[in-house]
Design a protein around this ligand. Structure first.
Ligand code: HEC
Length: 107
């Protein structure tokens, strides 16, 4: 009984820590996709663009392989890789624009 209680306290502490840090990794296991903040917005990518792009990325890019880590590729590399992948994922032109903004952090 005591073990069970401290176990649930640990779980609660973990959930609380997750809620405080705003980390969304819990809801998307295995995802290292960064969560954009206002600081990531650029002249060409609003925070809303980046957030939509993240959702598209998470929902479409782990079907055939694990979700890639955006920061593992430079914006130039993404521009080479993405046409092939967005084609396979069956995304529309506007979805591709948002997803590209997300993985390149608007660069
Ligand atoms: C229909 C299957 C499929 C979907 C959907 C898919 N991929 Fe891929 N992806 C692959 C395959 C297969 C490879 C291995 C390399 C190749 O065949 O081009 C790959 C490789 C990659 C690589 C590594 C490329 C490299 O040169 O190191 C990245 C990054 C990547 N995909 C990103 C994405 C992103 C982002 C999406 C979502 C838009 C996506 N993939 C959706 C099949 C897919």
């Amino acid at each position: 009984m005591k073990v069970l209680k401290s176990g649930s306290q640990l779980l609660f502490a973990l959930l609380l820590a997750t809620a405080i840090s705003g980390c969304s990794k819990v809801s998307t296991p295995g995802s290292n996709a960064y969560v954009p903040t206002a600081a990531d917005a650029t002249a060409t990518a609003t925070l809303a663009d980046l957030q939509s792009g993240r959702t598209l990325f998470i929902n479409n890019c782990d079907r055939c392989h694990n979700l890639p880590v955006p920061e593992n590729y430079t914006p130039a590399q993404w521009r080479t890789i993405l046409p092939n992948m967005t084609n396979r994922a069956g995304l529309s032109a506007s979805e591709i624009t948002l997803l590209t903004k997300y993985v390149t952090r608007g660069k």
